[in-house]
Write a protein that binds this ligand. Structure first.
Ligand SMILES: NC(=O)c1ccc[n+]([C@@H]2O[C@H](COP(=O)([O-])OP(=O)(O)OC[C@H]3O[C@@H](n4cnc5c(N)ncnc54)[C@H](OP(=O)(O)O)[C@@H]3O)[C@@H](O)[C@H]2O)c1
Length: 328
């Protein structure tokens, strides 16, 4: 039995995927950068190889015994890295992995893209064929990475592309930006709250990745993997308030002045090398509708999300409290 390679194994999705694979008896290899986040992976039984995925030679050298790949790593959470880094990691490193996978004749290469490649969804819900319209350099680089993976698929590499929708769950801190102000009763809605938002609970996403990595129907296909339902931002915020046992927030401010301030802040901070506290992508969270159809993954792969939004948010809120990230 060959080994399964996971990139991005120190991240939220990658570490959860590794845990599931190890629990199901697979031999898992991770390409990692040196950091304290590697220790829990080793403790889990993952064979961690220090590999710079931007270095083709290093990638090739460490590809022995690999017969399935989940390429999850991405330059993503850092707003202030330069644009070139997004392309180096999300496109060029992807190319290195695809090339090595081709040479090693792997049985499956699952590439993690994002629904962000489709940008704002004007007539939701969008399916996999909805047009590309990346809204920033991260999304642009993910689009190029996805198209590259599909080019290898067209040439015969058994590639499957997964586009996750807003990932959340215990262990991730991205949604603290909503949970924290709501728990402090200080949340202010920017704009109407009517735009749509769609989330994927981490365990459901891991199911989706595993289906994409094992089902024959997945080869050459792109799948949107999301939760069972999407909501308006207002509903999402109210549900978070409910699971935290806090009052539903009612304060609202108009969108346009905040957006203008974010553009200004971004322009002032970037030349000084400072991470902007407010930047357009953060504010656009409140205005852009993102809602997706998961029908294709259901039909072809049997994907069926199990964790309802209310339950997922409850588990996430409980974890934030346990970790002292929000007050009891
Ligand atoms: N989070 C979301 O809502 C969301 C939505 C749609 C799609 N996605 C996509 O889903 C995937 C997983 O997202 P996530 O939120 O779980 O990611 P994450 O927690 O931010 O983890 C990112 C991973 O990528 C690795 N990485 C970053 N730069 C790297 C580099 N230069 N070389 C090697 N490894 C590098 C990180 O390693 P270090 O620990 O060494 O930094 C980490 O393991 C990504 O492909 C992302 O684009 C995410």
């Amino acid at each position: 039995m060959g080994k399964i390679l996971v990139t991005g194994a120190t991240g939220f999705t990658g570490s959860n995927l590794c845990r599931r694979l190890v629990e199901s008896g697979e031999q898992v290899v991770a390409f990692v950068r040196p950091s304290p986040r590697v220790d829990p992976l080793r403790a889990m039984g993952v064979e961690c190889r220090i590999v710079d995925i931007k270095d083709a030679a290093s990638v090739n050298q460490h590809f022995d015994e690999i017969d399935r790949v989940y390429h999850i790593a991405a330059a993503y959470r850092t707003e202030h890295v330069d644009t070139q880094e997004f392309f180096l990691v999300n496109v060029e490193a992807t190319r290195n992995l695809l090339e090595a996978a081709k040479a090693a004749r792997v049985q499956r290469f699952v590439h993690s893209s994002t629904v962000g490649v489709q940008g704002e969804i004007n007539d939701p819900p969008a399916d996999e064929n909805y047009r590309f319209e990346p809204g920033d350099h991260y999304q642009e680089s993910k689009k190029e990475g996805e198209l590259l993976a599909l080019r290898y698929a067209a040439e015969g590499l058994p590639v499957s592309v997964v586009r996750p929708v807003g990932i959340y769950g215990p262990g991730d801190t991205r949604f603290l930006k909503l949970f924290r102000p709501i728990s402090k009763k200080m949340f202010v809605m920017i704009g109407s709250g009517e735009s749509l938002y769609h989330m994927t609970y981490i365990d459901d996403l891991v199911d989706g990745f595993i289906l994409a990595g094992t089902r024959p129907e997945a080869v050459g296909e792109v799948f949107t993997i999301g939760g069972r339902r999407y909501t308006t931002l207002r509903e999402l915020v109210d549900t978070i308030a409910d699971v935290l046992g806090k009052p539903r927030p009612f304060l609202r401010i108009p969108y346009q002045p905040v957006y203008m301030a974010s553009v200004l802040c971004d322009k002032l901070c970037r030349p000084l090398g400072i991470a902007p506290p407010l930047y357009p992508r953060r504010v656009e969270f409140f205005s852009k509708s993102r809602a997706f159809s998961i029908e294709k993954a259901g039909r072809l792969l049997g994907y069926a999300p199990k964790v309802d939004l209310h339950e997922g948010l409850k588990r996430t809120g409980d974890w934030y409290r346990q970790e002292g990230l929000i007050a009891p």
